[in-house]
Design a protein around this ligand. Structure first.
Ligand SMILES: CC(C)(COP(=O)(O)OP(=O)(O)OC[C@H]1O[C@@H](n2cnc3c(N)ncnc32)[C@H](O)[C@@H]1OP(=O)(O)O)[C@@H](O)C(=O)NCCC(=O)NCCS
Length: 152
């Protein structure tokens, strides 16, 4: 398999919404994603797919407001998790943000999401705050922050 990461297009949206819901349990929905794509200069959405087959492998959404950025969504489809694709998404995000001179990246993650927290810690994110009852089911979010070294 050879994964590539490209900008999300309008015809990706139904598939993104389907996968948002099955993997994250929630989605912005088709209408909102479409208007984000058209009108919101701060949000940028990407698709990871297999170069040859175009099979959908994962997704990352970013909110970019220089010099800050946030990860809105990030996932690998369950069928391809634990094969290093999450790390490829992270590497992509850092390379992309460095090109834009973004020096601080934040994200929220469920307190119970051990795998994602381990991955973010591995990439130098620190837990900086708890957002109480952040998720619709009442679970707290951990706010994580990483300062990006723009010299490297
Ligand atoms: C989090 C997620 C993106 C990781 O993607 P992935 O392709 O499965 O991860 P990778 O194979 O690249 O592994 C990345 C790191 O995750 C962590 N990890 C993976 N499996 C783990 C496990 N069973 N226990 C603890 N940490 C684990 C490790 O830090 C791993 O790095 P390592 O292999 O060098 O130890 C993926 O599991 C996912 O999409 N989860 C559901 C959605 C989600 O939780 N998104 C994050 C919301 S904030």
């Amino acid at each position: 398999m050879s994964p590539i990461i490209r900008k999300m297009k309008k015809n990706d949206i139904p598939n993104i919404v389907f996968n948002d819901r099955r993997i994250l349990g929630q989605s912005l929905g088709e209408e909102t994603l479409e208007s984000e794509l058209k009108q919101n200069i701060f949000s940028q959405f990407f698709v990871m797919e297999d170069k040859a087959t175009k099979e959908f492998l994962g997704h990352v959404g970013l909110w970019i407001d220089r010099p800050l950025a946030s990860v809105l969504n990030l996932y690998v489809v369950p069928e391809y998790q634990h094969q290093g694709l999450g790390k490829q998404l992270m590497e992509f995000v850092f390379t992309y943000l460095k090109r834009l001179n973004i020096s601080t990246l934040t994200l929220e993650v469920r307190g119970s999401n051990i795998v994602a927290k381990a991955m973010y810690q591995q990439y130098g994110f620190d837990e900086v705050a708890i957002r109480k009852q952040y998720y619709s089911d009442g679970e707290d979010a951990v706010l994580m922050l990483k300062n990006i070294d723009l010299r490297k």
